[in-house]
Design a protein around this ligand. Structure first.
Ligand code: NAP
Ligand code: ZN
Ligand code: ZN
Length: 355
């Protein structure tokens, strides 16, 4: 297949910094949309993957799956998009399209496996991994491209493509709404979106943070109550009180402490994906018939539904814009929880500077 060389940012090994490199993108096929990338959010999954924390990463690795850009060309058979449209690409760029889950709109659980936006085998360029949004442009089948609501700020919308859908999907699945008390644990990129979305769904939202600095902030984001999770007394006040807990913590922590906050028949859904297993005590689940679950991003149709929901409720991420040349410092800060609340790369920086 014909390819075009473009500029990107990535790394060559788990312990290597990200630097500028060239990658090849396929020439658009009749079903493809070619997108010039304007903004790309920085997800903690980018860091886990670049550093090979989730099993062997394929190098070079070009992360980035919170992409907003402009359509620069469309294939002959493309019907959903036209040149000039502002579009989004999230965590997946393909799936088998035939299994029962793909047919149900649960492409993220595709039986043979979805094609991740980065670090997946590229079906179109055999022998190569897919490369993500830390790059000038991307070519994606139109069925995996999203429409961006017109009223939203584009840079602040980029994080919806992963952080937004990853929190919206479980909140929706577990029927969060006006009569529900919901805990959101870990107020980072995902967690801060979880607060905003759960609040817009009408729930009573309780934010749990390890950071004293985020205490007041969580209320500004929409939480009704905030708990400093290191304080045993504050935690005890919520024992048995919550219908649902969404855990978006990126590192090891005591999951049993959060299971104890659930009411009878309550569920805790883990979206955070720490490198190491989290031990769960049998009695944390047995007493109270509680469920410990997980959830991965969301399907394509559900992602569009989430974007439309955010358009309607005027929800975007709180972002700190960076140049691509500062990505390594951004990762260091992400590890320290020092971000309010999502870094977004202004991709013009990749075009303008040669570092
Ligand atoms: P992030 O912005 O770095 O936020 C993670 C938050 O977790 C931090 O802000 C911090 O919140 C809390 N935290 C960090 N270290 C902690 C520790 N040692 N103990 C307790 N709390 C700690 O990360 P993110 O981008 O939101 O991603 C969160 C996790 O979700 C990552 O593991 C990511 O890979 C995963 N993820 C999963 C999916 C999925 O489909 N399931 C999708 C995207 C991301 P406080 O300061 O408030 O305590
Ligand atoms: Zn992500
Ligand atoms: Zn499938």
């Amino acid at each position: 297949m014909e390819t075009t060389a473009i500029k990107a940012y990535g790394n060559e090994a788990a312990d290597a910094q990200l630097t500028q490199l060239n990658i090849n993108r396929r020439k658009p096929t009749p079903h493809d949309v070619a997108i010039e990338i304007l903004f790309c959010g920085v997800c903690h999954s980018d860091l886990h993957t670049a550093r090979s924390e989730w099993g062997p990463t394929i190098y070079p690795c070009v992360p980035g799956h919170e992409i907003v850009g402009k359509v620069v060309s469309v294939g002959d058979h493309v019907s959903k998009f036209k040149v000039g449209d502002v579009v989004g690409v999230g965590c997946m760029v393909d799936s088998c399209r035939e299994c029962e889950y793909c047919k149900e709109g649960l492409e993220q659980y595709c039986e043979p496996g979805m094609t991740g936006t980065y670090n997946s085998p590229d079906k179109n360029l055999p022998g190569n991994p897919t490369f993500g949004g830390y790059s000038e442009s991307i070519v994606v089948d139109e069925n995996y491209v999203l429409h961006i609501p017109e009223n939203l700020d584009l840079a602040a919308t980029a994080p919806l493509l992963c952080a937004g859908i990853t929190t919206y999907s479980p909140l929706h699945h577990w029927n969060v709404g006006p009569d529900k008390k919901v805990g959101i644990v870990g107020i980072g990129g995902l967690g801060h979106m979880g607060i905003k979305i759960a609040k817009a769904m009408g729930a009573h939202v309780v934010a749990f943070t390890t950071s004293e600095s985020k205490f007041a902030e969580a209320k500004r984001l929409g939480a009704d109550e905030v708990v400093l999770s290191k304080d045993a007394e504050q935690m005890a006040a919520f024992r048995g009180k919550l219908h649902f807990v969404l855990d978006a913590v990126s590192a090891e922590h005591d999951i049993n402490a959060y299971l104890s906050l659930l009411r009878v028949d309550g569920s805790l859904a883990l979206v955070g994906a720490p490198e190491h297993p989290l031990p769960v005590a049998a009695f944390s689940l047995i007493v109270g018939r509680k469920s410990f679950a997980g959830s991965a991003i969301g399907g394509i149709q559900e992602t569009q539904e989430m974007l439309d929901f955010c358009g309607k409720h005027n929800i975007t991420a709180d972002i700190e814009m960076i140049d691509i040349q500062n990505i390594n410092q951004a990762y260091d800060r992400l590890l320290k929880g020092d971000v309010n609340y999502r870094f977004v790369i202004d991709m013009i920086s990749l075009k303008n500077k040669n570092v």
